[in-house]
Design a protein around this ligand. Structure first.
Ligand code: ASP
Length: 332
């Protein structure tokens, strides 16, 4: 968490991230995106998917634009995915090396942002361990700059949420008749928060959040979800099962947090346990996976798994978001 006192007062994210016509100026959270906007982004993402083995879809939607990847927290998939998405749309992509960046030398985040802005970086993709950092940056950039949240503390990971929705929709598109079980460290997970938000906007039939008590969300945080501490109840007749990693880097108080063996024994998902779910249920994981802890390796590699499809969809979703904000640039 950041100690920067300026981040204590968060701006009104809805007013900040949407243009008056409802299009996205920034993508900070899925909270203010209505169903139509989410569906439009998913549909556009579909148009960027190529058949397996074919050359990736390319366009010049971002020709002349510059995308800056500012990852102040480790990332493999998301960073590579934004990088490829930007390049496939014809943008210049700048990957800031956080280990040598000036921020490590004490430069404030805004000085870094103003520096990039002065080099005509139009789209800033930001990952930070501090809550409120993407919104804070969005508040301070010039009108022609878009800020995309690529993972914000335990708060939000909106492009992950969109790629999860796309992957689920490819399996079944009747969200109202669907049960989705998210299993794992819900309390510390931005992936769970963004997925839950998007699923609720699309009218999911039943959302289950399954975890040991020490990893459960705070009372009332997910008003319409069923919070469960028993894996069998969580998996029974589920259509979609999403396993999450224990977010050790964000857990300050280990009180009640099970060790990995204990966790695997009670909450690890494997083929046998998946028999409780619907016969055609899919298994998801945002990565990075700890095989043998939250998910069994053979299940992750097996026919129910859509984990690599999530990765493919991640590039397509990020292309859709980049193209959308680029089209919307300059609106008021
Ligand atoms: N890659 C995801 C994230 O950035 C999930 C994880 O790290 O467990 O939140």
């Amino acid at each position: 968490m950041t100690a920067d006192p300026r981040l204590q007062t968060l701006p009104d994210e809805a007013a900040l991230q949407l243009h008056a016509d409802g299009s996205l100026r920034h993508l900070l959270t899925l909270k203010d995106l209505d169903r139509d906007l989410i569906i439009a982004l998913l549909d556009e993402a579909e148009s960027y998917l190529a058949p397996a083995g074919a050359l990736p879809v390319r366009s010049d939607a971002l020709a002349g634009r510059t995308v800056g990847n500012l990852f102040f927290e480790p990332s493999t998939r998301t960073r590579a995915s934004f990088d490829l998405a930007g390049r496939r749309l014809g943008a210049d992509v700048l990957n800031l090396d956080v280990n040598t960046s000036s921020r490590k030398k004490g430069e404030s985040i805004l000085d870094t942002i103003y520096t990039l802005q002065a080099m005509a970086v139009d789209i800033m993709v930001v990952r930070d361990a501090g809550a409120g950092v993407p919104a804070f940056i969005a508040q301070h950039v010039q009108d022609f700059v878009s800020v995309l949240n690529a993972g914000e503390a335990d708060v939000s990971h909106p492009t992950q949420g969109l790629l999860d929705l796309l992957t689920i929709r490819q399996h079944r598109d009747d969200f109202a008749n669907m049960t989705v079980a998210i299993v794992g460290d819900i309390r510390h997970s931005r992936v769970a928060r963004s997925a839950a938000c998007g699923l609720q906007t699309l009218g999911v039939g039943e959302l289950r959040l399954v975890s040991p008590p020490a990893m459960a969300p705070a009372d009332g945080e997910f008003a319409s979800a069923r919070v469960l501490d028993n894996l069998e109840d969580g998996l029974r007749d589920a259509d979609v099962v999403m396993a999450l990693r224990i977010q050790k880097e964000r857990i300050d108080d280990l009180e009640g947090i099970p060790g990995t063996d204990e966790y695997a024994a009670s909450f690890g998902i494997n083929a046998e346990r998946m028999q409780l779910a619907k016969p055609d249920a899919i298994v998801m994981h945002p990565g990075p996976m700890n095989r043998g802890v939250e998910i069994d390796g053979s299940l992750a590699d097996g026919p129910r798994s859509v984990i690599t499809r999530q990765v493919t969809n991640g590039v397509a979703v990020r292309m859709a978001v980049l193209a959308h904000v680029a089209r919307a640039m300059g609106r008021t």
